[in-house]
Design a protein around this ligand. Structure first.
Ligand code: AMP
Length: 442
């Protein structure tokens, strides 16, 4: 029940203290001993539960052990590989690892080298570190595939694989890439899979990629954090942009604003700048440098507001977000949970405001209604009045809701997300590289 009992060295305990992390969170109490003992693991945890440390700390320990036994030579490694869906998240994981390994020399421990393999930065940055022997690699699937193909890196000594945000990775069409990456492994490995939701597709994927995994489930997969006050407001489409200013009065900064479409992100950003607010914006249409700069300004507290599409909604850790404003309701409830999960992290509380109106699909509103009920939040009259077929029949949908997306307001036969995926697949038949194209949309 504490980090000391897990026998982490002084250097790591010191770095934990620096981040004011004193006591392991529930997923850490269950996940750390599991991984340290060598077992495969599926971790289902709401965002902000502290899952990054669950796979980062054991990996650092294993690397220290390897290095002590037989130091890594030039061109050797990585021993551990962490794959995640977005560049921003990869960068954040990389920073986290560096935070924990940077004081090793001071404590007389061997240096642990970590490299970042993501699009938008030169491959040479990673290959320079690989050349001197690398222990840990944090990568997005596209860049990693490219480097494997070009033989810039091999997975010959890789024995530890972590897939973070696995649900998002599969959603973005990276499943084939990830399976191809598996084929580059040459030895038995320990595999960890983390996901906020656990739809059937991920369950099947996990079954084929992991060996007798231990399942650590903190809360219902897809449930929202209880630390968030969720407010849902009925706002007419044309009044939405002005309503943002009202929302901003609710809390102090920092505030995150989400919109589905890139154009809306730009419009909101421009509107806020005109009103004199300190805002930055990120979406897939902006170049990497600008995205990273905006995130750094927001993280550093130099800007109060970040306007973003869902690229930023998953995995990115912005400490102390006070308020998440959803300019629109996402197409599926999973995204809603991910978005609002940016606030109320750790033990702090947060507010999430979501604008809805009659244009929003009824199925997702029904999911939202049930999610609010589950999290003991106020259900506005407009939402309460939505009675779906499933409600009417009072059918038992099971405590996990829809088998595909985990939404509580419908069954798999009426799943809007599944319908979208199927429609997209049907539309894409004949298109050559449709997975890459859909991934580029984010
Ligand atoms: P994660 O879910 O891994 O993205 O972590 C969310 C945030 O919680 C990060 O800022 C961590 O530094 C922080 N955190 C992780 N573990 C703990 C803990 N045991 N106690 C307090 N904060 C933590």
């Amino acid at each position: 029940k504490n980090f000391k009992d897990m026998k982490f060295p002084k250097a790591i305990l010191e770095s934990l203290a620096k981040k004011k992390i004193e006591k392991p969170s529930p997923i850490q109490m269950q996940g750390l001993p599991t991984i340290l003992s060598g077992r495969d693991l599926i971790g289902i945890a709401y965002t902000g539960s502290g899952k990054t440390l669950v796979y980062v700390l054991p990996l650092i320990m294993f690397c220290l052990e390897q290095e002590a036994r037989l130091p890594f030579n030039r061109d050797e490694g990585p021993y551990g590989l962490i794959i995640c869906p977005s560049r921003e998240l990869a960068k954040q994981i990389h920073e986290n690892i560096e935070h924990f390994t940077s004081n090793f020399r001071k404590h007389g421990l061997p240096a642990i080298r970590t490299c970042l393999a993501i699009g938008g930065i030169p491959t040479s940055e990673a290959s320079d570190i690989i050349r001197s022997g690398v222990h840990i690699m944090v990568a997005t699937p596209g860049r990693l595939m490219d480097m494997l193909n070009k033989k810039i890196v091999t997975l010959d000594v890789c024995r530890y694989l972590c897939l973070d945000e696995a649900d998002r990775m599969i959603d973005m069409g990276f499943e084939d890439d990830v399976r191809t990456i598996f084929s580059y492994f040459s030895g038995q490995r320990q595999t960890l899979l983390f996901s906020a939701t656990m739809p059937k597709k991920i369950q099947n994927f996990a079954r084929s990629a992991l060996v007798q995994p231990i399942l650590v489930n903190v809360g219902r997969a897809g449930a929202a954090s209880m630390n968030i006050v969720q407010e849902v407001e009925y706002v007419q489409p044309e009044a939405k942009i002005c309503y943002i200013l009202d929302c901003l009065r609710k809390t102090s900064p920092p505030v995150l604003i989400f919109a589905e479409r890139k154009q809306d992100v730009d419009t909101i950003h421009e509107y806020l700048l005109l009103k004199g607010c300190g805002a930055v914006a990120i979406h897939g249409g902006k170049d990497m440098e600008e995205r990273l700069r905006s995130i750094a300004e927001f993280k550093g507290g130099r800007k109060d507001i970040l306007v973003a599409t869902d690229v930023a909604s998953k995995g990115l850790d912005f400490p102390e977000i006070q308020h998440v404003i959803n300019y629109d309701m996402p197409e599926d409830i999973e995204n809603y949970v991910h978005r609002i999960g940016r606030t109320g992290r750790g033990s702090s509380t947060g507010v999430a405001t979501t604008m809805i109106n009659a244009k929003v699909d009824e199925a997702v509103l029904s999911d939202l209604k049930h999610l609010l009920i589950e999290a003991k939040q106020r259900v506005p009259p407009f939402l309460a009045s939505i009675i779906t077929e499933a409600d009417q029949l009072n059918e038992d949908m099971g405590s996990d809701g829809c088998g595909y997306c985990g939404g509580l307001g419908h069954r798999i036969t009426a799943c809007p997300k599944l319908e979208n995926v199927q429609a997209k697949k049907a539309g894409d038949i004949g298109k050559k590289d449709y997975l890459a194209e859909s991934a580029a949309d984010y």
